[in-house]
Write a protein that binds this ligand. Structure first.
Ligand SMILES: [Zn+2]
Length: 85
């Protein structure tokens, strides 16, 4: 059992084509494309919400490193951080 090689992918594609037929394949491809679009929409929505979750995070004024809440010193450069409250 060797590693999966491009020729195997071609063989699998040919077998799938024979089983489903070309017409059915476009259907499956369409469903797959829809799934990919949904997945991307999910990822993008997560990306859109992630800045909101980090909006409250403070950053070191010296090096710009993100600071955990309650940190008094920067973990990266060791500069003192003034607690903002
Ligand atoms: Zn720093």
């Amino acid at each position: 059992m060797g590693a999966l090689q491009p020729i195997h992918l071609v063989l699998i594609l040919v077998i799938v084509l024979i089983i489903f037929g070309a017409g059915r394949l476009t259907e499956v491809g369409g469903a797959l494309g829809k799934g990919v679009r949904d997945f991307r929409a999910n990822v993008e929505s997560k990306d859109a919400t992630s800045p909101a979750t980090t909006a409250g995070a403070r950053h070191c004024t010296n090096c710009g490193a993100e600071l955990p809440s309650g940190a008094r010193f920067c973990a990266r450069c060791g500069a003192g951080v003034v607690a903002s409250s």
